[in-house]
Design a protein around this ligand. Structure first.
Ligand code: FAD
Length: 483
């Protein structure tokens, strides 16, 4: 007769390798009941967006397969996590629930209450770290507070790498419970779109789940990382790891990525410089989590409250043009269309489009944050909020507000031959490089030759760059005066 099972509650750790909660359950020698709960109630303001649901569907299918490979079954349930776990405990006689920690404010309060409730009833509840290299409370300034600036934060983290755990090995076999409780099927949850299937292009780029993550990581470390320090800024080349959605859902963990990168440096595949730069980007992810943990209002409130008085504009037409990639600025439009077609956007272009929304259009960063939340496969509360506030100038360690990205010169610098623009804005593909970043400057005969009727085939710019720049700086002056 097997012992009472241990529930392993999967959340943003959809993998069987480097999963400390799963390892602890196996080590306890009891049957293991792997469970995923689709809980839209806990974080209703930040209910998972459409693109994330597409990813979740496929990542869960992949996790279920991986669990099958170690003789287990993923149980799917929908509802309030606490109620669902209670039901499962009643149904199976489980005496323990193990999980890996999440750091979103709503998840923290839910998990705290849930843990207290379980412990009260004599049910063992244990949580572990699978999502971060350094948990937010372990990195402190000399005076014992949180960091607000990235560089000293990351120096403090790097000072602790000697104690960094290695990735946990994947269990070879899970003991099955005496009987399996009922499970939903993935199709019950309708996580993927049907008509229209707006995610059609996603599967050309992504393979959610651990196999896709590991393939990407090894391709990156074998072929790409040495060019990363420069190529990472060029959206026309495949110069970054593309691991962000995998890291968000935990198809792979940051420990696995960190140590694989270090191994690549040790065995000569990667230079120290390239690994240092790549690991520092993982550091920005750590920093976002540090900020979200210590300042849980960052998804909604300006980190610098002087921005509360910024004269944001209500501009529905501008917002729609931005969302649809129809601003008339090719670099911005290419980015917004890459997002729509693939569920992802290159980091350099995220900065350009975000700056365009908050500075050229003076539309509140909340609108951009919301749109990204719904359309990114890597939508992540910490990274998204911290990054939007960084670009807006309202965040911790933010880009200064008066530094306004020029979408034309940014394009000329980082997509000099227009490859990226031609891929996502095909109506401009025949324009010579000289005009690809500012089609309105092309002489009539050049536009004719490229088959473009500006204003019909491709929009005129929704705002003039220098007028918009002046308007944004005036807005900034207003809050400076007030502050
Ligand atoms: P790589 O360059 O290969 O970096 C490796 C990993 O480091 C990434 O997978 C990611 O986990 C992390 N990382 C890299 N850059 C950053 C960064 N600037 N901030 C935080 N972590 C970083 N990233 C998200 O994961 N989710 C979001 O919702 C998100 N929203 C963003 C919104 C805006 C306005 C901006 C400017 C950036 C946002 N980012 C977000 C950060 C960044 O753009 C992506 O993490 C990056 O483009 C992912 O591509 P990659 O995996 O190829 O990155």
């Amino acid at each position: 007769m097997p012992a009472d099972p241990i529930i392993v509650w999967f959340r943003q750790d959809l993998r069987i390798a480097d999963n400390p909660a799963l390892v602890a359950a196996v080590d306890a020698g009891a049957p293991v009941l792997p469970v995923y709960v689709l809980d839209d109630a806990t974080s209703s303001d930040w209910r998972m967006g459409g693109a994330s649901r597409w990813w979740l569907h496929h990542a869960l299918a992949s996790l279920a397969d991986d669990l099958k490979g170690i003789n287990s079954t993923l149980i799917l349930r929908q509802g309030n996590s606490s109620d669902v776990l209670d039901q499962l405990i009643d149904e199976t006689g489980a005496q323990s629930v193990f999980w890996n920690r999440c750091y979103e404010p709503d998840a923290i309060s839910r998990d705290k209450a849930l843990k207290a409730g379980l412990l009260d009833r004599g049910i063992e509840a244990r949580s572990f770290n699978a999502s971060l290299l350094f948990e937010p409370w372990t990195i402190e300034t000399k005076t014992g507070g949180p960091y607000r600036v990235f560089s000293p934060f990351w120096r403090a983290c790097m000072g602790k790498t000697a104690g960094l755990e290695h990735a946990y090995a994947k269990p070879k076999n899970l003991q099955a419970p005496a009987s399996w409780p009922a499970s939903d099927t993935l199709s019950d949850w309708s996580l993927t779109p049907t008509s229209p299937d707006w995610a059609e292009g996603f599967s050309k780029m992504w393979q959610p789940g651990t196999k896709g993550a590991l393939d990407r990581l090894s391709r990156f470390l074998d072929d790409t990382i040495n060019d990363y320090p420069d190529a990472r800024d060029c959206p026309g080349v495949d110069g970054t790891s593309g691991l962000s959605p995998h890291l968000h859902f935990g198809d792979i963990g940051p420990r696995q990525v960190y140590w694989a990168a270090r191994d690549a440096a040790d065995d000569g595949r990667a230079t120290d410089k390239a690994v240092k730069k790549f690991v520092a980007e993982l550091g920005w992810r750590e920093f976002s989590y540090h900020l979200l943990y210590h300042f849980p209002a960052i998804p909604t409130d300006n980190f610098q409250d002087k921005f509360d008085d910024f004269p944001w504009r209500q501009d529905d037409d501008g917002l729609r043009a931005w969302q649809r990639g129809m601003t008339g600025y090719p670099m911005v439009d290419a980015g917004m269309r890459q997002l729509w077609q693939t569920g992802w956007m290159h980091n350099r272009v995220r900065m350009i489009v975000a700056s365009f929304l908050v500075k050229h259009l003076m539309i509140h960063w909340h609108e951009g944050e919301k749109w990204f939340w719904d359309t990114l496969v890597d939508a992540d509360l910490a990274n998204n909020a911290a990054s939007w506030q960084w670009v807006a100038g309202s965040g911790a360690d933010a880009a200064p507000y008066f530094r306004i990205f020029n979408p034309i010169t940014q394009g000329q610098k980082f997509d000099a031959n227009g490859d990226y623009i031609r891929r996502y804005v095909p109506e401009l593909s025949k324009l010579p490089d000289k005009y690809i970043h500012s089609p309105w400057t092309a002489p009539e005969e050049v536009l004719d030759e490229a088959g473009i009727n500006l204003g019909t085939d491709y929009p005129d710019p929704v705002v003039d760059h220098s007028d918009a720049r002046t308007r944004a700086l005036d807005g900034y002056q207003e809050i400076r005066k007030a502050g």
